[in-house]
Structures are given as structure tokens and as C-alpha cells.
Design a protein around this ligand. Structure first.
Ligand SMILES: CC(C)(COP(=O)(O)OP(=O)(O)OC[C@H]1O[C@@H](n2cnc3c(N)ncnc32)[C@H](O)[C@@H]1OP(=O)(O)O)[C@@H](O)C(=O)NCCC(=O)NCCS
Length: 196
């Protein structure tokens, strides 16, 4: 599969073209690196190496138009009850065609098929997630995420991403975003600063 960014053929007429949303394959890795790292260069996504993507390729869902990668997203598990939606990206010339929504719906269906109670994400565009039913949550209630990924992030001490969550199964007022039920009144305080 050719590198998806920048694309030779535009998605411009792609609204009429079929969008194939499927689980990623190892053969998608090169295209995924190109797509994600183009956005990473703009500081809006974490960069990923080929090795990391190959290691986590089973997390990924891709959208393909005309045989070319148009978008991607990943579902990463954090224990049996929750997972993170991450590495969501749609090629610039393919945006606003519903591809991001389609990828999100596929990832959420996957999460529910695995019995997850909720999914969360860290984002600069909470309004996109709000349209899909996510609500903002206190990032301090996501310790697993912080300790696994955030510690190697250059923005650890000045993180400006917003934590959002979608709950599939409500459960008695407990926060379900990080494994077993965490009382909302007992946030885990982490050594990060920034809003929320
Ligand atoms: C965010 C992104 C994935 C959206 O993909 P997309 O294919 O353009 O989104 P869709 O066309 O499926 O849009 C779905 C809905 O979200 C809205 N939307 C799209 N981009 C949005 C944005 N940046 N902010 C707020 N809402 C947005 C659309 O208007 C649409 O709403 P509607 O269905 O109610 O009309 C894409 O803009 C992107 O790759 N951005 C750069 C990378 C990035 O920021 N990733 C997110 C990391 S958390």
C-alpha cells in the first residue's frame, strides 16, 4: 500500500467512493507511520515508530478508499473494563466525509464486543468527541494512561489535552474509566500540571 500522506489522488471526489473500514494489517504499517507522523510533526499527535505500530497493529482500525489509507484509529485496552481511543487521524484531503466518525463507530463496536464499560481519549478537539457522545472528565482519574504513555511525553508537565470519556454501562455512580470501579470522590493525584 503506498504512503498515504500526501496522497497522489485526492479524496475530493471520494464522498461518492466506498469507504472500507477494517482492522489494520501489518502491511498497513508504512502508510500508518506516514499519516500519524505528519500530524505529529504539527504537534497534534504523538509520533509513532514503525516498531511501535507493528507491535500494536492489532489495536488499529483503518479506513481505505480506492486502496489507499484514508484514516486510522486505535483501541488500546487498560484492564478488562476500559480502553483508550488513540491515534485517530484522517488524511487532510479526506476530512469532513464522515470517515472519522466511521472509524470511531468501529472502535466503539469493538470495545463493546470485548465487554468494555467505557472508552476514553485525550484530545485537543473535545467538540469532535462531544458530537459522538463523549463528555469531558478529570484527567486525574486516568492514572493508567498517564503512567503508561504520558511519562514519555514531552508535554508531561504542561499537558493541554482534554480527557473525554464515553460510558457504555453506567454503574452506580462509580467512575468506570480505569479498570475496577473507582469512586468519583477519590481521584488519584498525579504529578502533572495544566488544566483538568
Ligand atoms: C479529528 C478528525 C479525525 C475528524 O475526522 P473527519 O473524518 O473529518 O470527521 P467526520 O467527517 O467523521 O466528522 C464527524 C463529526 O465531527 C465533526 N468534526 C469534524 N472535525 C471536527 C473538529 N476538528 N472539531 C469539531 N468537530 C469536528 C463533523 O462536523 C461531524 O459532525 P456532524 O456529523 O455532526 O456533522 C480529523 O480532523 C483529523 O484527523 N484531525 C487531525 C488529527 C487529530 O486531531 N486527531 C485527533 C486526535 S484525538
Amino acid at each position: 500500500m503506498p504512503d498515504a500522506s500526501p496522497p497522489a489522488a485526492s479524496c475530493g471526489t471520494g464522498s461518492a467512493k466506498p469507504i472500507n473500514v477494517r482492522k489494520a494489517l501489518l502491511t498497513d504499517v508504512t502508510s500508518l507511520v506516514g499519516l500519524i507522523n505528519d500530524f505529529a510533526a504539527q504537534g497534534i499527535m504523538l509520533p509513532r515508530t514503525e516498531f511501535e505500530l507493528a507491535e500494536n497493529i492489532r489495536d488499529f482500525t483503518v479506513a481505505v478508499i480506492d486502496g489507499e489509507l484514508a484514516g486510522c484509529g486505535a483501541l488500546h485496552f487498560y484492564g478488562p473494563h476500559t480502553g483508550e481511543i488513540r491515534s485517530l487521524a484522517v488524511r487532510p484531503d479526506c476530512q469532513h466525509l464522515g470517515i472519522g466518525r466511521s472509524i470511531m463507530e468501529a472502535l466503539e463496536a469493538e470495545a463493546q464486543a470485548h465487554g468494555l464499560r467505557s472508552v476514553f481519549a485525550f484530545t485537543y478537539i473535545p467538540n469532535f468527541f462531544a458530537r459522538l457522545g463523549y463528555r469531558e472528565v478529570d484527567r486525574r482519574l486516568l492514572p493508567a494512561k498517564v503512567w503508561k504513555d504520558c511519562l514519555r511525553c514531552p508535554k508531561l508537565q504542561c499537558c493541554d489535552e482534554i480527557a473525554v470519556q464515553k460510558v457504555f454501562q453506567e454503574n452506580g455512580g462509580a467512575i468506570l474509566i480505569n479498570g475496577d470501579e473507582i469512586p468519583a470522590t477519590e481521584p488519584v493525584i498525579l504529578p502533572i500540571v495544566g488544566k483538568k
